[in-house]
Design a binder for this molecule. Sequence first.
Ligand code: MSP
Length: 506
Amino acid sequence: MNHALPKNESVNIIRNGGVNKKFYITTPLYYVNSAPHIGHSYTNIAADVLARFHRQLGEDVYFLTGTDEHGQKIAKSAQDAGLSEKVFADKMVSVFIELWKSLDISYDDFIRTTEERHILTVKNALNTLYENEDIYLESYEGWYCTPCETFWTDLQVQSAGLCPDCLRPVEKLSEKNFFFRLSKYQGWLIGYIENHRDFIKPLSRYNEVLSFLKRYKLNDLCISRPRARLGWGIDIPFSKEHVTYVWFDALINYISAVGFSYDEAKFKRYWPADLHLIGKDILRQHAIYWPIILRALNLEPPKMIFAHGWWMTGQDKMSKSRGNVIDPLRLVKEYGIDGYRYFLLRDVPFGLDGNFSDEAIIKRKNSDLANDLGNLVHRSLTMVEKYLSGRLPQARELAQSQLKEDSDNLAADVGMAIQRIDFTAALDKIWLIINQANKFIEETKPWNLLKEKKSEEMDSFILLLVEIIKNVSSALSSFMPSTTKNIQEQFSGPIIKKGIPLFPRT
Ligand code: MSP
């Protein structure tokens, strides 16, 4: 895949990057048991914006996404579809890949947990942990939730006999399994988190993990499943009777994709990851299990884990099991790729939950996109056509004004907000300029400049507008890649000609 920015695109952002800096960003691996919905697309769109932004800074970006293909959930769905697990997974993977294409997701690598490079790495990691006696065999009895593939204690299940996560019935299971010594590293993890304030974001999640770790003693993690009960998993190299628990398998993807155990140079280049972007539902696995697994393997933890909120319908999390999912492809068809991308990152501060509704997206599209941005571009192009016969005036030094200053600072302001992973603040800044520019047109009354034959003023007026639009479009390009490319093209020919409106009203 070629994700390079167009050569001539002006990279108008604070250059705090540089070719030697790398940026390794990951999304969760999505379960292939069902088709992706808004929630899955949210993580990938956010990761895509960050990846594009860091590429714009000139960094060597490695953007990883992929699919989680082992475990009971997938085995069950394959069985229901009358297919083998692998054939079923192959089919579903193409649905994910198609969706990412439709959403302009510029990933550099797509990892499947059924790939050889991953299986090899999982076995390698298991062997190391086993040799170091961080893994041991023990009989275990507990309440098991099949859909969540999680054991719960009496206390967690309580008298209702329901899974505390998904509220479905659990069953009592007793079996011999391999356990990973999470508890041994609890003290280390607490210290690490205390000394690294940016390790878990946002702050509310940082506090949540830290207070959990301080309040409860960690149980060791069951990392195997008996083959007799569940065969669809990676073989445990030191036991014929067991396969690997799907969560242990899946987390390892973050190192298997960048070469751990088979490409030392690549691994050295990209590990530790700069950012694991996840939803808050999988914080425990990423902020507790994963750093401890890495520690036991003598590897560095990722630099940052950011957990975003949930898209809800009404009071409920959007999820397949709740039957309230919305297909992103329908939204792309109705509101355009960039309309959809913009809405997800603008409407709800990243980190909080948000309510999805068609009304909300229509409102954003008609007001922010069609009215504000679309109008600014359209009116400016119209004026160049009408007042200047489509020719941009000769470039010249423009007089200082508050608007010019704000526009000059836009790249830096937006850059800082994106570095903080605060998408709404970045977009707010951009829209502030767009709205100021629209006001500037109304206040300047260019039709009067024309009547009074003030051609110098007219030229400066148009040049400032064009400069603002270029800055806006550069700052917006990670969020709305195809719209901003379109804007840049409309302003780049020798004769400026306006195309069809960017955002037809819905
Ligand atoms: N396979 C595991 C992750 C393994 S990562 C090593 C998994 N998969 S999942 O398909 O169930 O969900 C993955 C992610 O999708 C969630 O963490 C979250 O990023 C996103 N979302 C799923 N539903 C969501 C919402 N309703 N809202 C926002 N994002 C949510 O868990």
